[in-house]
Design a protein around this ligand. Structure first.
Ligand SMILES: Cc1cc2nc3c(=O)[nH]c(=O)nc-3n(C[C@H](O)[C@H](O)[C@H](O)COP(=O)(O)O)c2cc1C
Length: 141
């Protein structure tokens, strides 16, 4: 049984530079073993992550991520059972939201500022898919 989970959170204020590198290293080392795939979008202020895999593995990883002090205010945006993965080529793709094109953003959002806490889960997933189609994702593995 496969599921897809999407959440957003605020980066912790005292997060040291290099946190994203450390998180990506942990993801690339742990996720293949657990059959986890997905994409992590980030800026200095926030994270938006989509995680796919077996239900037990996704739920366990999300519980672990929620306890991580490197971010706060995590909000679950979307959770669904899926027949097939969308991000099977990425053990955890990486998207830098600072490079987001304002036109792309406005297609899915009321204001030209990226605020996933105010976006629907469907809009956030559509935005991630568009970023992937535009080859904005790093870290294919
Ligand atoms: C925004 C964010 C995303 C994360 N994504 C993942 C992930 O996809 N996979 C993972 O193993 N850890 C991820 N982590 C790190 C976990 O919270 C946790 O620190 C890590 O899995 C512990 O790894 P270890 O058991 O090897 O020490 C993430 C942390 C944050 C703050």
């Amino acid at each position: 049984m496969l599921v897809r989970l999407l959440y957003a959170s605020h980066a912790a204020k005292e997060t040291p530079a290099g946190s994203i590198t450390a998180i990506m290293q942990q993801s690339h080392s742990n996720n293949p073993r657990q059959g986890i795939t997905g994409v992590l979008c980030h800026s200095e202020r926030l994270y938006l992550q989509v995680i796919e895999g077996g239900r037990d593995q996704v739920n366990a990883l999300y519980a672990k991520i929620l306890r991580d002090p490197r971010h706060t205010d995590a909000i679950l945006l979307h959770y669904e059972e899926i027949c097939e993965r969308r991000y099977s080529g990425w053990t955890m793709g990486q998207v830098n939201l600072n490079k987001l094109n304002p036109g792309t953003l406005l297609r899915y959002s009321a204001l030209p500022e990226f605020n996933p806490h105010a976006l629907s889960g469907k809009s956030s997933l559509a935005l991630i898919d568009e970023l992937m189609a535009a080859a904005s994702v790093l870290g294919r593995a």
